[in-house]
Design a protein around this ligand. Sequence first.
Ligand SMILES: [Zn+2]
Length: 93
Amino acid sequence: MVLVLLAGDMNMNGGISSTAQTLVTIGGVPIEVHGSIVSSHLSFAPPAMEIATTSSSTQLVYINGIGVDRVGDQDTCGHPRNTSGQTFVNVNN
Ligand SMILES: [Zn+2]
């Protein structure tokens, strides 16, 4: 069981995620899904036209057909997602 991520959660190097959806929330905060934009952060200085995004690896849980992000999923820059801002909702795989 792995915690589901929320908008505003950080990766291991401090990259903060936005979210690509606002339909489903936990405690009023949108759940983060595959393709959410990640802020600039340590060890990632994107050229002007490049951004990092989150990347979901779940095979089970989707919102509007898009996989939810979980703790440990790796962003496109290579940094894994860190701790979640919530501790109630987990995904098995
Ligand atoms: Zn990164």
